[in-house]
Design a protein around this ligand. Structure first.
Ligand code: LER
Ligand code: MN
Length: 279
């Protein structure tokens, strides 16, 4: 399959200022159906959804909505577990870690029933005084093992996303995360390579993608300033060339700020996608 385009849709009020193109909810006056229709009209192949919880999205309705517009579900975020409930996979309290796993597992099921993987981004958490790094990495590996086994039951992988240093102290670079996954035998976990985080943390963004090869499972398509690709200063041609060289055939998903407006961010993304990938 060729590289595909996707755009993010956030259904979480608390993430209103986050890097998502379309925000739905009472405050925005938009809803999922409107956002999906707009994404299809803008020319995207798929959407990535950030739901408040699995229970608040009916899988049948989501699947029907997407297929009525000819769109695929690219991935589903789990970060509402952190944003809303302060859950994460490395919490010192085992009961909280279990709640984090349960929250994510329900989203793995929702995503899997619509043919998509779930994302572990901010739900990975951090190490700290109460959980030193070695213990935190054991908790992370345990969580990823359980959740990727669940993803496998849907024929899916689980996506693990290294974040920049201001958001996690676990893994900030793709190569380090890939080595960790390999060392822990986490064969059904793939990397989510967010080009915004990579611009901050990697010495060489394209080189990191080449190094990770078949571990690359999803890409957040964002420029250096977290705006639509083309609005910042990340050189994107070598990034796309690296993705082609490793045989990546998944989504380039626009997890970017809705600037100057959601529709314009979507249009700028599609223009860049066509220029770099299909054009
Ligand atoms: C957060 O910065 C981010 O990139 C998200 O994809 C994490 O869930
Ligand atoms: Mn991201």
């Amino acid at each position: 399959m060729p590289l595909a385009s996707a755009v993010t849709i956030c259904l979480v009020d608390e993430a209103r200022s986050g890097p998502f193109v379309f925000h739905c909810g009472a405050e925005t006056g938009s809803d999922l159906a409107t956002a999906v229709r707009t994404a299809a009209a803008a020319g995207f192949d798929g959407v990535e959804v950030f739901p408040p919880s699995a229970a608040e999205v009916a899988p049948g309705e989501l699947g029907a909505l997407l297929s009525s517009h000819g769109l695929r579900l690219a991935a589903v975020g789990t970060g509402a577990g952190w944003v809303r409930h302060r859950l994460h996979l490395c919490h010192p309290d085992a009961a909280v870690r279990n709640s984090a796993r349960d929250f994510i597992a329900a989203i793995v099921d929702l995503a899997g029933s619509c043919g998509a993987p779930a994302i572990i981004g901010s739900m990975q958490g951090n190490s700290g005084p109460a959980v030193e790094r070695d213990a935190a990495l054991d908790h992370l590996a345990e969580g990823l093992a359980v959740l990727s086994a669940r993803a496998r039951s849907h024929g899916q992988v689980l996506l693990y996303e290294p974040l920049n240093r201001y958001e996690t102290n676990l893994f900030t670079r793709q190569g380090d995360a890939a080595a960790f996954l390999a060392a822990r035998g986490l064969d059904d976990v793939r990397l989510l390579c967010d080009l915004f985080h990579m611009n901050i943390e990697e010495t060489d963004v394209a080189g990191a993608l080449l190094q990770c090869g078949s571990r690359v499972g999803h890409v957040h398509f964002a420029d250096s300033n977290r705006q639509a690709v083309g609005q910042g200063h990340t050189p994107m041609e070598p990034v796309v060339a690296a993705l082609r060289e490793i045989g990546y055939d998944g989504f380039l998903s626009a997890e970017v700020l809705p600037l100057p407006t959601p529709l314009e961010a979507a249009r700028r993304t599609i223009d860049s996608f066509r220029r770099l990938v299909t054009g």
